[in-house]
Design a protein around this ligand. Structure first.
Ligand code: PBG
Length: 323
C-alpha cells in the first residue's frame, strides 16, 4: 500500500499537526439571561448550569467570563407578564431592564462585545415575534417596532444587534434606522436561516416567552428546506447584514456549510437551548462522555463553516480547560 492515511494519525503530535479545524475562545459568544430584581441567580430547570441573573449578579458573571477569556455576550431579558403587551412597548421604554443591562455591561466592561437580541417575543403578550392581528403576524407594521428596538439598543451601547424575528425586510429597515440615528458603526448579525424548531423549548422556559397561541411557522423556516436559506442569505447580504446566522446548529450543518460556501460574509451558528439540554440530560444519565461530546459538537459546527458559535457551553469549556 502506497497510501496509508493512518500514518497521519499515529501520534498526538502528528494528529495536531494535520488538524484542519480549531476552536478558540474568540469563536464563542455566550448567551446570558437577565431578570428584574437583586441577588437573583435562578437555574433554568431544562438547562442545568444556565441561570437567569439579576443585573448585579449578571455583571459578576460577565467579569468571571472575561477572566476566562470570553469576550462576547448575547443578552436576553426575562420580562414580567404584567409588562407585556401587544406592541412590546416595554422593549423601548427608557430605563427598561434590558436597556439598563446593555448600558451597565458596556459601562463596566467597555472591551466586551455586547450582542443584543431584537425581537418582540419576550415583551409580547402574544409571545410572537411580530404584531398579531386576527391571528395573523403583521410584517411591515412590525418593522417599525424592530427599528425602534435596534436604535434603543445602539443608544444603550450595543456592539452587534442580532434581529431574531424573521420578518421580511427587517435587516434593510433596521440598517436604515441605525444609520439615520448615527449608528453606522453598529453591526448587524442577522438570524438569516432560523428554523421553526422544537429545540427552542428550554429557551422559552428561561424567558417564559412561548407563543400563547399558534406556532411560528409563518415566519420561521421549514426544517425540510435548504435552498430557501439561500434566498434569505441573498436578501440579508443586499440589505447590509455583517454576519449571517444559522439556527439551530446541529440539525442544520448542511445549511451552515452551504452559506459558508455561497456567501462571503462570516457565518454564525446558534447551538440552541435544546441542543445544550440534550447533552446535559444524557451526561447526567451517564450515557455520554460530556467533555468529548461537547467538544465534538462545537468542532463539528466550526468544521461545517461557522466562525462564531453562540453556545451555552461557552463558559464551561473555558472553565474546565476543554479547549
Ligand atoms: C426569539 C428567540 C428564540 C431564541 C433566540 N431568540 C426562540 C424563538 O424563536 O422562539 C432561541 C434560542 C435558544 O433556543 O437557545 N426571538
Amino acid at each position: 500500500m502506497l497510501r496509508r492515511p493512518r500514518r497521519n494519525r499515529k501520534s498526538a503530535v502528528v494528529r495536531d499537526m494535520v488538524q484542519e479545524t480549531h476552536l478558540t475562545a474568540a469563536n464563542l459568544i455566550f448567551p446570558l439571561f437577565v431578570i428584574e430584581g437583586n441577588h437573583i441567580k435562578s437555574e433554568v430547570s431544562s438547562m442545568p448550569g444556565i441561570f437567569r441573573y439579576s443585573l448585579d449578579n449578571l455583571l459578576r458573571e460577565v467579569e468571571t467570563c472575561m477572566k476566562l477569556g470570553l469576550r462576547a455576550f448575547d443578552l436576553f431579558p426575562n420580562i414580567e407578564e404584567a409588562l407585556k403587551d401587544k406592541y412590546a412597548t416595554e422593549a423601548t421604554r427608557e430605563n427598561s431592564l434590558y436597556l439598563r443591562t446593555i448600558a451597565e455591561v458596556k459601562k463596566n466592561f467597555p472591551e466586551a462585545c455586547v450582542v443584543t437580541d431584537v425581537a418582540m417575543d419576550p415583551y409580547s403578550s402574544d409571545g410572537h415575534d411580530g404584531i398579531v392581528e386576527n391571528g395573523e403576524i403583521l410584517n411591515d407594521e412590525t418593522l417599525e417596532i424592530l427599528g425602534k428596538m435596534a436604535v434603543a439598543h445602539a443608544q444603550a451601547g450595543a456592539d452587534i444587534i442580532a434581529p431574531s424575528d424573521m420578518m421580511d425586510g427587517r435587516i434593510g429597515y433596521i440598517r436604515g434606522e441605525l444609520d439615520q440615528a448615527g449608528f453606522s458603526h453598529v453591526s448587524l448579525m442577522s438570524y438569516t436561516a432560523k428554523y421553526a424548531s422544537a429545540f427552542y423549548g428550554p429557551f422559552r422556559d428561561a424567558l417564559n416567552s412561548a407563543p400563547k397561541h399558534g406556532d411560528k411557522k409563518t415566519y420561521q423556516m421549514n426544517p425540510a428546506n435548504q435552498r430557501e436559506a439561500l434566498v434569505e442569505a441573498a436578501l440579508d447580504t443586499q440589505e447590509g447584514a455583517d454576519f449571517l446566522m444559522v439556527k439551530p446548529a446541529l440539525p442544520y450543518l448542511d445549511v451552515i456549510n452551504l452559506l459558508h460556501d455561497q456567501v462571503d460574509l462570516p457565518i454564525a451558528a446558534y447551538n440552541v437551548s435544546g441542543e445544550y439540554a440534550m447533552i446535559k440530560a444524557s451526561a447526567r444519565n451517564g450515557w455520554l462522555d460530556e467533555q468529548r461530546a461537547t467538544m465534538e459538537v462545537l468542532l463539528g459546527i466550526r468544521r461545517a463553516g461557522a466562525t462564531a458559535i453562540l453556545t451555552y457551553h461557552a463558559k464551561e469549556v473555558l472553565e474546565k480547560g476543554w479547549l
